[in-house]
Design a protein around this ligand. Structure first.
Ligand code: UDP
Length: 484
């Protein structure tokens, strides 16, 4: 800081370097954090990013720079695919392949002249890195740049991941395939989690999982602070556990970031906005919103059960049918003729059966949809962003988790916050789906879940007020960045 004329303390302009993981659910919170630091702390921003799933520079104000990393690295190798996509395997490859190119990019960024007037602008203070990018953090360490880590998942999830090595030492993980009942044993000290909630996905190898989580934990322990997209009133006890020395560095619960930041939407896919007009015509709390996020996939049989489950429920619905959602389909999220693709994916007779009460689109502005008064429930895959966005709009959930932290989030939704329930069972069945939709939208039990979700929404609103816990945490974070 320096003192200008009249004794006003002027902070030196600083730049924050950021490196998000190139997936929608990780890009969104990182760019929202950038928005908050830029708007509130006056910080300039440099976003390093992979060349696939790249953010759109045009959507950001002056003061932002975007630096692609790893131009020559074939993206097909870095993107997980298939119904049982090996995401940890992809994360390890991203770290390995982008590390060297990032070293060059970071060196160049550090060598830019410090001149408030030009492109180089303010000098870098630190790197904020996704918790899955330990490789990039090591590069920053090597070049003497302090790091902060952004956890885009729940605090509860980090607590669970920190316990992973101990569960392996006890012989509980990986579970032996023979005794299925073992999967339901409750985990000591991790209530309400069961062993099954700690299994990343049926096809991820234990070795990849172990390495990925070791990198993640190492990243959180080697940085100058961990930033969480969560809020105190939602996860007080898990945040306290982490703050009380589990990680050993300061923590900053600054969420929900989409409510703190002026930059809320940075969709990689074009959202259909006409669905909002359709929602305007529906009754309050009557519509089921259905979306499984940006990565989850289903097979043809499951798609059929979902379609007929929704039809049989007789309730209005808005269904996001991403074109990459169906495994083995020739269509992808980039197909131009989205209407044609959608018709090909849906079963014959479905459109007639649901005409007037069902809308199927490839992508929506999710936060606006959840905020709409007509939406009464959310069928979600329980990604953390979706869970948080639903809680923040007071919308109860039916959850069908697939992999990663989705099982952990589902347990908290059902057992701790009691704002929803799991749609369980090995197979998706239309009869069970229709029953679950009715329970969520039409019963007293569903109404009570909605009330609890609304109570949480009020607490989230308090946390992002000027004196609220999350706003205070953002200010502490800005002060910390200024101290580097
Ligand atoms: N999303 C969206 N439109 C859609 C579906 C999802 O904007 O039609 C956004 C959603 O608001 C959320 C993100 O995509 O911010 C998905 O993140 P999440 O953590 O829920 O799941 P992931 O895609 O990482 O599995």
């Amino acid at each position: 800081s320096r003192t200008g004329s009249g004794g006003v303390v002027r902070r030196r302009r600083r730049r924050v370097l950021m490196f998000p993981l190139p997936f929608q659910g990780h890009l969104n919170p990182m760019l929202q954090l950038a928005g908050a630091l830029h708007a509130r702390g006056g910080l300039d921003i440099t976003v390093f990013h992979a060349t696939f799933n790249a953010p759109d520079p045009a959507r950001h104000p002056p003061g932002y720079r975007f630096v692609p990393v790893g131009d020559g690295v074939p993206s097909a190798d870095l993107v997980p695919s298939g119904v049982d996509a090996d995401i940890p395997g992809a994360l390890l490859r991203i770290n390995r392949r982008l590390r060297e190119p990032f070293r060059d990019c970071l060196r160049q960024a550090l060598a830019l002249p410090e001149d408030d007037g030009d492109e180089g602008g303010a000098p870098p203070a630190c790197l904020v890195v996704d918790s899955n990018l330990r490789g990039m953090q090591l590069v920053a360490e090597e070049l003497g740049v302090p790091t902060l880590v952004l956890r885009t998942g729940a605090a509860a999830c980090l607590v669970a991941y920190l316990a992973f090595p101990a569960l392996c030492d006890k012989g509980l993980l990986p579970p032996t395939s023979k005794d299925k009942s073992q999967l339901d044993i409750p985990l000591d000290g991790l209530t309400p989690l069961r062993l099954r909630d700690m299994v990343f996905s049926p096809t991820t190898t234990h070795a990849n999982m172990t390495e990925c989580l070791k990198c993640l934990v190492d990243a959180t322990r080697s940085c100058s602070g961990v930033i969480f997209n969560t809020f105190r009133d939602l996860e007080d006890s898990d945040l306290q556990r982490i703050a009380n020395g589990v990680v050993g560095v300061p923590i900053y619960p600054v969420g929900p970031l989409h409510k703190i930041s002026p930059c809320t939407e940075d969709s990689l896919l074009a959202p259909d906005r006409a669905c909002l007009e359709w929602l305007d015509k529906q009754e309050a709390d009557s519509v089921l919103y259905v979306s499984f996020g940006s990565l989850a996939r289903v097979d043809g049989k499951e798609l059929l059960e979902i379609a007929w489950g929704l039809a049989d429920s007789k309730m209005p619905f808005l269904w996001v049918l991403r074109h990459g959602l169906l495994v083995n389909s020739s269509s992808s999220d980039d197909d131009d003729d989205q209407d044609k693709v959608r018709r090909l994916l849906l079963p014959g007779g479905f459109e007639e059966a649901t005409r007037g009460r069902g809308v199927v689109v490839p992508w929506v502005p999710q936060q606006e949809v959840l905020r709409h008064r007509a939406v009464g429930g959310f069928w979600t895959h329980s990604g953390w962003n979706s869970t948080l966005e639903s809680v923040c709009e007071g919308v109860p959930m039916m959850c069908r988790p697939q992999f990663a932290d989705q099982m952990i989030n589902t347990r908290y939704v059902q057992e701790v916050w009691r704002v929803g329930f799991e749609l369980d069972g090995d197979q998706l069945e239309r009869r069970k789906i229709a029953g679950a939709v009715t329970k969520l939208l039409c019963t007293e039990e569903g109404r009570r879940m909605r009330q609890r979700a609304r109570d949480l929404r009020d607490k989230a609103i308090e946390c992002v007020q000027e004196e609220g816990a999350s706003k205070s945490a953002i200010q502490l974070l800005i002060d910390r960045i200024a101290s580097f």
